[in-house]
Ligand binder design. Structure first.
Ligand code: ADP
Ligand code: MG
Length: 140
């Protein structure tokens, strides 16, 4: 058994539609624990830095605009194989390809406004958690 932590972000399309609780229920029903959580209005600089790995991709500018278009909820999710598990709960990036029951299938508006972010590796999870949270804010 490998207990992991991963970073989740509930994106502006979802906070706008008051879906924070519905999305959190998906995590909790499937065995992930929310061990840190805060609602934030990201600045442009903060969003640009968070998505720096996508800087060269054609959608980068629009993605940053979207991520600062309203509040987000940053979270640390904990559980067995939490990184991969969260990716499964989220579903594919494009909601058209997402499996039934996933967050993106049920809630996403588009490939961009797809309701949630989740770390894609354990190494990125550590870096992304440290970007948003200090140790004292994470209560496992
Ligand atoms: P994921 O969030 O599934 O890990 P990526 O890391 O590839 O996906 O992309 C980061 C985010 O960029 C996506 O969640 C989505 O909001 C946005 N995005 C990805 N691909 C596109 C695209 N083709 N057009 C517009 N936005 C996109
Ligand atoms: Mg990604």
């Amino acid at each position: 058994m490998t207990l992991e932590n991963t970073l989740s972000i509930i994106k502006p399309d979802a906070t706008r539609r008051n879906l924070t609780g519905a999305i959190n229920a998906k995590f909790e029903e499937q065995g992930l624990r929310i061990i840190a959580q805060k609602r934030l209005q990201l600045t442009r600089t903060q969003a640009e830095k968070f998505y720096e790995v996508h800087k060269e991709r054609p959608f980068y500018g629009e993605l940053v605009d979207f991520m600062i278009s309203g509040p987000v909820v940053a979270q640390v999710l904990s559980g067995e194989n939490a990184v991969l598990k969260n990716r499964e709960i989220m579903g594919e990036t494009n909601p058209a390809n997402a499996a039934d029951g996933t967050i993106r299938k049920e809630f996403a508006e588009s490939i961009e406004a797809n309701s949630v972010h989740g770390s894609d590796s354990l190494e990125n999870a550590v870096n992304e958690i440290n970007y948003f949270f200090s140790g004292i804010e994470i209560v496992g």
